[in-house]
Design a protein around this ligand. Sequence first.
Ligand SMILES: *[C@@H]1O[C@H](CO)[C@@H](O)[C@H](O)[C@H]1NC(C)=O
Ligand SMILES: *[C@@H]1O[C@H](CO)[C@@H](O)[C@H](O)[C@H]1NC(C)=O
Ligand SMILES: *[C@@H]1O[C@H](CO)[C@@H](O)[C@H](O)[C@H]1NC(C)=O
Length: 359
Amino acid sequence: MEKLQKAATLFLFLSLISFLANLSTAAAATSPAVFVFGDSTVDAGNNNFLPSDAPKANFPPYGVDYPRRIPTGRFGNGFLSVDFVAKAAGLRRSPPPFLSLSNAVQGRRGVNFASAGSGVFNTTGRYVVTMTQQIKDFSTFAGNLAAAKGARSAAVFLSKSLFYVSVGSNDLFAFSTVLIPGNSTQKDEIVAAVLPQFADQLRSLYHLGARKFAVVGTAQLGCVPFVRRRFPGGACSPDLNDLPLRYKTATRALLGHLAIELEGFRYSFSDFFEIMSHIQSDPQKYGFTELAAACCGSGRLNAEGPCTPNSTYCGNRNQYFFWDETHPTQEVYRLAARLSFYGPRQFAYPVNIHSLLKS
Ligand SMILES: *[C@@H]1O[C@H](CO)[C@@H](O)[C@H](O)[C@H]1NC(C)=O
Ligand SMILES: *[C@@H]1O[C@H](CO)[C@@H](O)[C@H](O)[C@H]1NC(C)=O
Ligand SMILES: *[C@@H]1O[C@H](CO)[C@@H](O)[C@H](O)[C@H]1NC(C)=O
């Protein structure tokens, strides 16, 4: 019911959107809007609006480095990569959480549909907004857009917009807990189960008007403090890294296939796995001194307990790779955003987001 109201309000403001879209110049690496889908790596506060059983980060010390130290619901100490990417794409503000919208003006330059804990599968993460639902929510938005400004100009607007998708790590993590160590055949079977579902989700977005995709690859799951705390010296688990490595390699190949299958489908693959291992192999270059322990939490590597209002947390947060037991710090997100927006093919394939937006 509330969504219907939102839909009604949308109509009032959509002519404004087309006006703004026309203002954006053809060659600049800017985007009229950014639409965001996925999990806690990109959730800017949607889960704040979910029942208490959903994963939450809307309490201190989360957000300690966010302006005015606001715990926005982001799973980090400050901004996420998507915030930096949105800014680089010419947005003044990061796209607001879909569930926070009270009028369409707030969504005229994009919307963040992401929900912490969600995965490619509907069954990954409980009490969350599934990817299926996130895409449905976008479908509602796109329908209103077309109704208000005409199908053609809505299509043009969406085709120039950036679709930023970061999901899959939670699915792999769920599988890995029942599999480890697992052999290569079993890992490839998991990849073969998850990836076609993800492909269908990208196709759904394409059929709703998306053309420019920034897809973030899965992370080095074996290197998060939650896993490292169980290994001598806080080492990474090669077994656990092998699954996301296979998955992200297959994702990269999938995107190449989709670009052939779907006319006008363009993409930039942000290789977060590669970015992580690059930083971890030369941490001093980027000013990191602590790669294994979480900044906020409790117990061994600060990763035996979650980051809560009672947790102690580090002061030199720009030197920590990880903020809590599974999420990186703002400094890592900032670096990852820079490398995926402007970086070489090693990190952003086949083109970086800057080139994607110019094309
Ligand atoms: C999720 O559920 C919907 C129906 O509710 C179904 O159409 C879809 O295939 C499911 N997707 C995944 C990835 O489980
Ligand atoms: C992988 O493990 C499964 C289950 O234990 C087994 O059936 C299969 O033969 C193994 N494959 C290889 C290549 O070792
Ligand atoms: C945090 O500390 C307060 C008071 O010291 C206590 O009442 C509360 O239960 C603690 N909360 C958690 C989550 O440990």
